[in-house]
Design a protein around this ligand. Sequence first.
Ligand SMILES: [Zn+2]
Ligand SMILES: [Zn+2]
Length: 301
Amino acid sequence: MNKDDERFQAVLDKMNERIDAISEERPSHKEALGFVRDVLTEKLKAKPRIQVDTIHMDEELLKVKKKEGFSLVNKQDLKLDISSASALFKRLCERMKQRERISEDVDRITKAIEADELDLKELFQKAAAEDREYMADVSGRLKLQEGLLFFLAENSLQPIFETYAEKLKDYVDMEHWWRSYCPICGSKPVMAELIGRERKKFLICSCCGYEWRFMRTKCPFCENDERRKFKYFFTEKEGRAYRVETCQKCKKYIKTVDTEETDEEVIPAVEDIGTLYLDAIAREEGYTREVYALGLNLADI
Ligand SMILES: [Zn+2]
Ligand SMILES: [Zn+2]
C-alpha cells in the first residue's frame, strides 16, 4: 500500500468503526447508517482522482469580497471535473440499486443516461447552481421520487467542492467572517460543533465541508440573536453531546455536537444520521430543518 492508500484505508476504517458503534447503540438507526456508509465509501474512493484548477485570488478582490460579505467563489462558476463526477454518479447508482425503495427509480435514471435522455454534464451544472426547477422538471419527466436526483448529483459533486475548499481555505479570514453561510462557497450549514472547553461554535458547510466560527446564540438561518428566542435540548438517554438548537423566531433547528462531551472523532454525515432520533423530536415540536445531511431527507425515500 502506498501512503495515499494507507490514508484512505485509515479514514474508511474510522468511519466504519463509528458507524458500527452507533448501529449497536441505536439499532433503529442501522438501516439509515448503512445508507450513509455506502454513500461515504464511494465519495472517499472518488476523491484522490479529482482534478481541480488552482484558483489565485488577489488582495484587492479579497478585500472587496470581505467587505461585501461575498464567499470566495460561486459554486456555479467553478470548473467541474465532469469525468470524476460522472464516474461517482454511476457508482452511487449501482449502490442505490440495491435499496428496494429506490431501485426502480435508479434504474430509470441509468436507462435515461444510456439513451442520452439525461445529460450528466448539464445535470451537474444545474446542481451546482442549485437549480431546483430543473431538478423538478427532470424528476417529473423520469417519474422519480422527490429529492433523489438532486441527492445523486450533489453527492457526486461534493468531493470536487471539498477539494476546492482545501485549496482555498488559507484565503479565509476566519476571525472576521462570522456569517451564517460558508466563507468559501456560500452554502448553508448542515450541522454545528462546539469545540474546546470554551465551547467555541463552528458551523459545518453542507457543500464543501469547511468549518467556520459563529456566535453561540444566533440563528444561522434567520440571524435572530435574541438570546431568549434561542433554545436547545438533548435527551437524557443519549446524552448531552448531541443537541438540537432551535430558533423560536423562524422555527428552524440545527443539530450540534459538543465535542468536549464525546471521545469520538466527529464525522459530520455519520453523526447526523446517527442522531435521527433528534430530528424526530424536533419535527414533533414543530421545527423544520433547512439542510439535510447528504442533501436528502431520509424520510422521503
Ligand atoms: Zn462551503
Ligand atoms: Zn431563526
